[in-house]
Design a protein around this ligand. Structure first.
Ligand SMILES: Cc1cc2nc3c(=O)[nH]c(=O)nc-3n(C[C@H](O)[C@H](O)[C@H](O)COP(=O)(O)OP(=O)(O)OC[C@H]3O[C@@H](n4cnc5c(N)ncnc54)[C@H](O)[C@@H]3O)c2cc1C
Length: 424
């Protein structure tokens, strides 16, 4: 009987188990997860768990037919054998779903990040009225942590090395429009400020200033958790390199590692750790987005099962993983959604007024959106702030390479769905 081992017990690993069964695999499935928990959802950690609305985000996945080896870490890989800290496991097929781990900064060993449910529960305990919290990084996680901490009466300082929040994700202009949100929430946002060292009692800033804090959260990004694969013979480059069908690409491998000993399609990668070849964008992509962890296992499971059945894993007729990246965040009482991939030569077009203030009697300012247009007129990326209908229509436009009339796009009173039917 064939055995498939899934490494990583997050959303992508759990979804891989479900997809393998739904696609007809009747052999043995073993899921190896370093955390002691069954697969759980991470987006609510910086939202509903921090705010105290829930304490349990376990995913409702049907995993009863799989063997779950939780609290067990994979340590190495060769063709047919996964090494773990609890001994080797033989496999016929392997799913790599080890996700990503937070980047740490120099200094205090016990510095906090927010990646796991245990991180979220521990952080919530420190968010007491009057406590001082320093957040390093005004990215997605930093903004969400700051939102909930400030709402709990915590004195929050956010220290960001870049010139605006969300700089890497959305660029300076869009990120800049979120700056007033921090002040409105009573948060001290310090832009262009680098941190020299994390200390147990605060932050030492690059200029020499010391910022005292009762708790420090570092939110400066994540790196795919693939260091354990370094001598596996698989190709790695900020993730596991996989093709359009999510099949791992063996590299030359170190001498004797058998880099070419992997049967094509017998190792696939999904979720945050997968660096796939995008047919849509003709480049390698790796994203840390929930939707990728949710959707990529469908394609990876099909590839793996074709390989186990002796078929062609990279079959032209088979589905490739070819998404338009999508991400959402809830911060400062606003839902931000982002989809697509802006290019260096894209032109940004606003749809609505990001500087508008809340009308009398309203709690919030009106929503707005912005689109990035390629030189040939195609809409290539879209951000929406409290305008969910724009995102519904916008995602359809991004999928079908639409070139909307820019003047009509810029008019927030024109429903985007009216523009969704204009082919490039
Ligand atoms: C606080 C937070 C908020 C987020 N909010 C959003 C959001 O609003 N919108 C959005 O689109 N995305 C959001 N994300 C990102 C999204 O949650 C991730 O993209 C998604 O969880 C990735 O799933 P994954 O299964 O690929 O990886 P992970 O969830 O990282 O799971 C990987 C698992 O593998 C385990 N593992 C690692 N190495 C090994 C090993 N060697 N052996 C065994 N197990 C191992 C890890 O411990 C982990 O449990 C958020 C993430 C976080 C942390």
């Amino acid at each position: 009987m064939d055995r498939i081992v899934v490494v990583g017990g997050g959303l992508a690993g759990g979804r891989a188990v479900v997809e393998l069964r739904e696609q007809g695999f009747t052999g043995m499935i073993t899921l190896v997860g370093a955390e002691p928990h069954r697969p759980y959802d991470r987006p609510p950690l910086s939202k509903a768990v921090l705010s105290g609305r829930t304490d349990d985000t376990t995913l409702p996945l049907e995993l009863d037919s799989a063997e779950l080896l939780l609290g067990r870490r994979a340590t190495g890989l060769r063709p047919g054998v996964l090494e773990t800290d609890g001994g080797p496991l033989e496999y016929d097929g392997l799913v790599l779903a080890t996700g990503a781990a937070p980047v740490r900064l120099p200094g205090f060993d016990g510095q906090r990040a927010l990646r796991t449910i245990d991180d979220a529960r521990a952080l919530r305990e420190t968010l007491r009225p009057g406590a001082r919290l320093a957040v390093v990084g005004a990215g997605w996680i930093g903004a969400e942590v700051a939102t909930h901490a400030a709402a709990h009466g915590v004195a929050v300082t956010v220290v960001e090395a870049g010139a605006s929040p969300l700089l890497a994700a959305l660029g300076a202009e869009i990120g800049g429009h979120t700056v007033p949100w921090y002040a409105q929430a009573g948060i001290d946002l310090r832009l262009g400020t680098a941190v020299a060292e994390i200390r147990a009692d605060g932050l030492e800033l690059a200029g020499g200033e010391f910022l005292p804090a009762d708790a420090v959260v570092v939110g400066v990004g994540v790196r795919p958790d693939v260091a354990w694969l370094e001598s596996s013979g698989l190709s790695l480059d900020r993730g596991v390199i996989v093709d359009e069908w999510l099949s791992a690409v063996p590299g030359a491998g170190p001498a004797g590692s058998g880099g070419t000993g992997y049967r094509p399609g017998s190792v696939v990668a999904v979720g945050d750790c997968a660096a796939w070849w995008s047919r849509r964008y003709e480049r390698r992509m790796r994203v840390e987005h929930w939707e990728c962890a949710q959707e990529s296992p469908r394609v990876a499971a099909a590839t793996l099962l074709r390989s186990l059945a002796g078929g062609e894993p990279a079959a032209e007729s088979a589905d490739v993983y070819n998404p338009v990246p999508y991400f959402w965040s809830q911060q400062f009482g606003r839902m931000i959604q982002f989809a697509g991939l802006p290019g260096p030569d894209s032109t940004l077009v606003l749809r609505g007024d990001p500087t508008a203030v809340a009308p009398a009697g309203a709690k919030r300012a009106p929503g707005w959106s912005a689109g990035w247009f390629a030189p040939d007129g195609r809409l290539v990326a879209l951000v929406t702030v409290a305008r969910p209908l724009d995102m519904v229509a916008g995602r359809r436009m991004l999928l079908s390479d639409v070139s909307p009339d820019v003047a009509r796009f810029a008019d927030p009173d024109v429903p985007l769905k009216e523009l969704a039917a204009q082919p490039a």
